[in-house]
Design a protein around this ligand. Structure first.
Ligand SMILES: [Zn+2]
Ligand SMILES: [Zn+2]
Length: 290
């Protein structure tokens, strides 16, 4: 059994009420092992520029059918959950959707565009955005794998060097206690300074607080910033999580998110870096030459 299977089973056991949503997550995680997504990742030869994620200004030639297949699988599984919100996604299975436009909006974390698409479909906005957010995960995991050697080793920004997302959490690893941020979309990692707010860059220790939940048995702390009221969960681990497991670790620590919210802290909405990605259909791109 893989670490992903074990993580999923553990979550289902601890939160049986999450099972419908975990089935959707399970589908997207199993898709991260589909080599088809690797074939859509453009080759990179240039070194990474400072502050610019590898995905910025990229042209992606995707197969619209792959995007459609994944979206429809996720919606079918979400729909089966039986919740009234997920039931509103059903029209997406029959609508004349612009799949590449939707994929681009998800990739760029463009929540305004996703809300518009949800409204056009008559779908529940939050349910639609939750499913749409998973759509680029297999491609982003492939980008993280294929571009591993292109990543700048001196990356110091608060957002992911691959996809520009804010961190899902931080890991403090090993006896050296090196600190890394992890990305819940591409599974990437990047070294993080201690006493540094990823969202506003604050480094003044008087403005940064560590909150330890009082409940016994709770692991992890919340590192929060008094200036921007952003927070990041932090875990101590011997080794970093597998890229595909970051999404599960984030879910498994939802109690810390609740504790942070109760204290008035929040995770910023949207992307850490605004990507300008062009998404084309690789079928169409091929036809253009003949
Ligand atoms: Zn990322
Ligand atoms: Zn801050």
């Amino acid at each position: 059994m893989t670490a992903i299977d074990t993580g999923l089973q553990d979550l289902k056991r601890r939160h049986p009420e999450w099972e419908p949503w975990l089935a959707v997550v399970q589908e997207v995680l199993s898709e991260t092992t589909n080599p088809e997504w690797d074939t859509f990742v453009p080759a990179r030869t240039r070194a990474q520029q400072s502050k610019v994620p590898l995905l910025a200004d990229i042209t992606l030639a995707l197969d619209k059918r792959s995007v459609r297949r994944l979206l429809e699988n996720l919606i079918r599984i979400a729909h089966r959950s039986g919740t009234p919100e997920m039931a509103t996604l059903e029209p997406a299975l029959h609508a004349d959707l612009d799949f590449l436009n939707l994929f681009k909006a998800s990739l760029c974390q463009d929540s305004d565009r996703l809300k518009e698409i949800a409204a056009d479909l008559g779908a529940d906005s939050e349910a639609f955005q939750a499913v749409a957010a998973l759509l680029p995960v297999p491609l982003l995991n492939a980008c993280n794998r294929r571009w591993a050697s292109s990543k700048s080793v001196s990356w110091v920004e608060g957002y992911c060097p691959v996809c520009g997302a804010w961190p899902a959490f931080a890991e403090v690893r090993g006896i050296e206690r090196s600190r890394y941020f992890r990305c819940g979309r591409c599974g990437g990692e990047w070294q993080a300074h201690c006493l540094f707010c990823p969202y506003c860059g604050m480094t003044d220790h008087n403005e940064l607080v560590s909150l330890v939940p009082e409940k016994s048995g709770v692991t992890g702390v919340i590192d929060a910033c008094k200036r921007c009221v952003g927070y990041a969960k932090t875990f101590t681990a011997l080794q970093g999580s597998l890229p595909a497991k970051v999404l599960l670790d984030d879910l498994a620590s939802a109690h810390l998110d609740l504790a942070a919210l109760e204290q008035g802290y929040k995770r910023p909405q949207g992307a850490g870096y605004s990507l300008d990605v062009t998404v084309t259909d690789n079928g169409k791109a091929w036809r253009r030459f003949f």
